[in-house]
Design a binder for this molecule. Structure first.
Ligand code: HEC
Length: 124
């Protein structure tokens, strides 16, 4: 084999090697980039069932103190589903919210809150 033939053989091998290598990279890149086709949603035909809502805080002025001072941290439902308490019990509960949990309730607002709670969730 002449030197030139050998050189041309080598260069052809390199070209094919490079082509194969690039193709391989291309295929790898293509499989890495192309995202999997989204699967059909098996629940697509299911009707939406929304959860049953919690009892809303009654509209209007009587519940306004509760809306203003208690719904800040937890739902009205959370309060309404607690065991019924006596006046002393609710007074202690409101005081606990103020003293322990830092509820921003002034002492002037406490009687209205306790009255509402006793009237609607009391056991007197
Ligand atoms: C600053 C936040 C905050 C405010 C405002 C607040 N609470 Fe609470 N309340 C809490 C936390 C915290 C708990 C305890 C929750 C737990 O134990 O998971 C709680 C629990 C309760 C409980 C359950 C019984 C108990 O003592 O743990 C009742 C009833 C209650 N609150 C009533 C009220 C009422 C009525 C008001 C309005 C006067 C009020 N809360 C305002 C934070 C607050």
């Amino acid at each position: 084999m002449k030197l030139r033939d050998f050189q041309s053989l080598v260069s052809r091998t390199e070209i094919w090697g490079a082509v194969l290598a690039l193709t391989g990279v291309g295929v790898l890149a293509a499989t890495a980039i192309v995202p999997e086709a989204p699967k059909a949603n098996p629940h697509a035909a299911d009707p939406w069932v929304l959860p049953v809502g919690e009892p809303a805080l009654p509209e209007g002025e009587p519940a306004a103190p509760i809306r203003r001072h208690c719904a800040l941290c937890h739902s009205y439902d959370y309060i309404a589903t607690q065991p019924r308490l006596s006046r002393t019990g609710w007074a202690a509960s409101v005081e606990k919210m103020r003293a322990k949990y830092g509820a921003p309730i002034s002492t002037n607002d406490v009687p209205a809150l306790v009255n509402y709670l006793v009237k609607n969730h009391g056991k007197e």
